[in-house]
Design a protein around this ligand. Structure first.
Ligand code: BGC
Length: 820
């Protein structure tokens, strides 16, 4: 698209020719995944597509969650998996490949990566997010964005901000103190914005402290655009616009998906009657054109093919480098069971070996170009396959016949490769998990198999941690996470030692759900999601409160061993040497944690502030340098409203996981001199980190205001799942139908995503999601109906719909004539 000056001139010139109505029409979607084309001004329709780990470009006529109808694309490992590589280089390669597929498929904006912080392992969408730690999440997301945008298309990191649960995701209010918001939930976005310059950001569905994220002047204007210098377009999540005028005023550019023309009329009227400055609309149009024009130019001149084989190989490489070896014990012969030697006689057991779990469900679901399975690939791995048995019912109960066949097979093999994991029912957008267990029939099978043959290697699939109290029954445990379409061959690469595992956990694995800091509060069933645990998420909690975990953050084994030596701290870097003291080449993830042993302002025991991945041949030593950046020592001070540094001695801890600290050094800092903002407040639980015992008084003190109460009103923001509390028999019936469909999906083992979406959807989203049928006036009719004004409500809704459709048709015809 030429230089940025040329682009700026073109934008101004186009803006100068557009009418107010046309400008407003550019700010909302024209179809489920495109903006409106205005050929007269040379403005093409910009194509969005999910998702974070592969494209989901939908076939003609498909709806928002019209799963299955998408064009084939490479299904890369999901973000939760790639984060375990701790390798931004992998993220960048994956991003570049995604960008190339965009060019080939005419996609201008990829709706990803997703970098919400994993507040609880139960979030149904954790598989799509990177980490519990903002530093790691931000760095990995920035790598994806650099890769994607290197091809000329745009990335759209999501969901901004504090969007950590799926239950009631479209209208829940994330209530949290400013410091936690800044340090945990915003820092990842800060890194991605400052370090990779994404062209778009997706605002989240939820409210943050009482204001919809998409309408938050504080978040979108002050922080995102003001402090971090974001100059791209903000895109609402699909149907996430509550008050379009408030959104545009706050800095939100595109309202998606296709709300029809009623928001255009609302926006035009707001400018005409003086509620909104036209200059604000102009600013949003500049942002819109700033993405549309260059990204459409990039796709217009691109080839319509990509190298399917090459991208499959990238997917395999990334997956293999993201596998985390959690356990690798010695066999009776002496050495660790993995890697398996060529010719080892293996029994392949587990339904996932033939029907793999390789991605999550929801808007990120990719229709893969190929699909490797363990059963299909084991023949080429060098292992000798004795046989395969599914062993258990994927979604069902114990099946003795299947288990008996598997045990019989196990007796005939040297090693059993047992595929365990979470099934597709439990991990999906739109719902949260109830527990952290894998199906009991798998656990039972493992126990019985290991008595028949102690050499059981468990290959665990699933996008989130599970309770591993069964792990003693396995000789080895490799966490594949969700490895994408080449995940199975990647697993065999590691099992056979072609790839030395180098993944480290990007999330702590609690021993049991009850140990997690949010065990009693997640997910919030009502409107208010109170982040009572404050900054004590993941290892920040376990390490401060002294709660033992099954596998700590940053943990992962290798087939070799590394030694760390010669730490040095200069002004803004930590340097050290790492030596591979084993007999195999391999990579190590060196992690830097910062701690302040004597602290006045409470903070977690230690926090990740840097990392580096280094590849070493056997016997090789390399120097590693980790920068101490502006985030190394800071905390967000609610008193001064800015980042401060407490004076005193800090410990820099270099380790192979958050628990395995190998080197320590100290630095003394003068600090910025701010006084402790919490002085005089009783925040004992936050000082000890024992945040499961936070009292209401403590949480209110941390918030600096009373804890918001649940709302019990019926209004535009009442969700479909709450219609049962309304007063309309018609809507009770509707509720019952949705409830039945939802449960039927659960029983079938295939969550009905459209139903789940509607279940958590507020009534007002009908005006944004229903293809322009509803206007807000029609929604208001529905609200009256729910309040018990049966006849008037229904009539008002129907009249609203008809009036809206007539007005839309007339206006669409006129607009089309003007802009074509
Ligand atoms: C999801 C987004 C996704 C969008 C479009 C929403 O329901 O939250 O992550 O990009 O749908 O499919």
């Amino acid at each position: 698209m030429g230089t940025s000056d040329e682009l700026a001139r073109r934008i101004e010139e186009t803006l100068g020719r557009m009418t107010l109505e046309q400008k407003c029409a550019l700010l909302s979607g024209g179809s489920a995944f495109t903006t409106r084309a205005m050929p007269r001004y040379g403005i093409p329709a910009m194509q969005f597509s999910d998702g974070p780990h592969g494209l989901r470009l939908q076939a003609e006529g498909a709806n928002h969650l019209g799963i299955g109808g998408s064009r084939p694309a490479t299904c890369f490992p999901t973000a939760a998996t790639v984060a375990n590589s701790w390798d931004p280089g992998m993220g960048e390669a994956l991003g570049r490949a995604l960008g190339e597929e965009c060019l080939a498929q005419g996609v201008n904006v990829v709706l990803g990566p997703g970098l919400c912080i994993k507040r609880s392992p139960l979030c149904g969408r954790d598989f799509e997010y990177f980490s519990e730690d903002p530093y790691l999440a931000g760095k990995m997301a920035a790598a994806y964005v650099r890769g994607i945008q290197s091809t000329g298309v745009a990335a759209c990191p999501k969901h901004f901000a504090a969007n950590s649960q799926e239950t009631r995701r479209q209208a829940s209010d994330s209530v949290l103190d400013e410091r936690t918001l800044r340090e945990l939930y915003l820092t990842a976005f800060e890194i991605v914005v400052r370090e990779s310059g994404p062209k778009c950001i997706m605002s989240s569905y939820n409210l943050v402290n009482g204001t919809y994220a998409n309408e938050s002047v504080r978040l979108l204007t002050d922080v995102l655009r003001g402090e971090w210098g974001f100059d791209g377009a903000v895109v609402t999540d699909w149907g996430g616009s509550n008050d379009h005028i408030a959104g545009v005023r706050a800095g939100s550019t595109f309202e998606m998906p296709d709300p029809g023309l009623s928001p255009v009329r609302e926006l035009t009227a707001a400018v005409r009657d003086g509620r909104l400055e036209e200059s604000v609309v102009d600013e949003r149009v500049r942002e819109a054109l700033g993405v549309i024009l260059p990204t459409c130019a990039a796709t217009a001149s691109a080839d319509d093919a990509f190298d399917v084989g090459d991208h499959h190989a990238i997917a395999r490489d990334v997956a293999a480098n993201s596998i985390v070896l959690l356990k690798n014990e010695a066999t009776e012969q002496g050495g660790p069971i993995l890697p398996l030697a060529t010719g080892t006689r293996v029994a392949l057991v587990g339904d996932f070996a033939s029907v793999p779990r390789y991605q999550g469900a929801g808007s990120s679901l990719v229709n893969p170009t190929r699909l490797d399975t363990l059963l299909g690939c084991v023949g080429c791995s060098g292992l000798e396959l004795v046989g395969f048995e599914p062993g258990y019912e994927r979604h069902g109960d114990k099946d003795d016949a299947k288990a008996a066949a598997a045990i019989d097979l196990a007796r005939r093999a040297e090693v059993v490769l047992l595929c365990m994991g979470l099934d597709e029912l439990v991990e999906s957008e739109g719902m949260d998990r109830d527990d952290m267990r894998v199906n009991q029939n798998q656990v039972e099978l493992l126990r019985r198999l290991s008595s028949a043959n102690p050499n059981v290697v468990v290959l665990l699939s699933g996008g989130a941690p599970v309770e591993c109290d069964w792990a003693d029954d396995a000789r080895a445990l490799a966490y594949l996470c969700l490895g994408g379409q080449a995940g199975a061959s990647a697993a065999l690469d590691v099992v056979c030692g072609r790839v030395n595992p180098s993944g480290k956990l990007s999330e702590s694995w609690a021993r049991r759900l009850a140990d997690t800091p949010t065990a009693k509060t997640f997910p919030a069933g009502g409107h208010v999601a109170a982040y009572r645990e404050g900054p004590y998420v993941g290892y920040r909690y376990y390490q401060t409160a002294g709660v033992p975990v099954a596998f700590p953050f940053g943990y992962g084994l290798s087939y070799t061993r590394f030694e760390y030596s010669r730490p040095r701290v200069a002004a803004d870097v930590v340097t050290l040497s790492v030596t591979n003291v084993g007999r195999r080449a391999g990579a190590e993830v060196v992690q830097l944690y910062v701690s302040k042993p004597k602290r006045e302002v409470f903070r977690p025991e230690q926090e990740l502030k840097g990392f580096a991945k280094v590849f070493l041949e056997p016997g090789e030593t390399k120097g590693v340098t980790i920068a101490l950046d502006d985030k190394a020592f800071r905390y967000f001070d609610v008193g001064t409203g800015s980042w401060e540094i407490e004076r005193g001695v800090y410990e820099l801890r270099v380790g192979a996981s958050c628990e395995d600290i190998r080197l320590r050094a100290q630095v003394e800092l003068a600090g910025t001199g701010a006084k402790n903002p919490y002085e005089g407040l009783d925040l004992r639980s936050y000082e000890t980190g024992r945040v499961k015992e936070v009292t209401d008084a403590e949480f209110a003190a941390l918030l600096g205001r009373p804890i918001p109460q649940e709302r019990a009103t019926i209004d535009r923001n009442t969700c479909f799942c709450d219609l049962i509390h309304g007063r309309s028999p018609l809507l009770w019936l509707l509720w019952s139908i949705f409830n039945l469909l939802r449960r039927a999906g659960e029983r079938r083992g295939v969550p009905n995503l459209n139903v789940l979406f509607i279940w958590n959807m507020p009534l007002r989203a009908l005006a944004k999601n229903a293809g322009g049928v509803f206007s807000m006036a029609a929604v208001d009719g529905l609200v009256m109906e729910a309040k018990g004004f049966w006849v008037i409500g229904l009539l008002r809704m129907l009249v609203g719909i008809v009036a809206n459709m007539v007005r839309n048709a007339v206006q669409a015809g006129r607009l089309a004539r003007e802009v074509t």
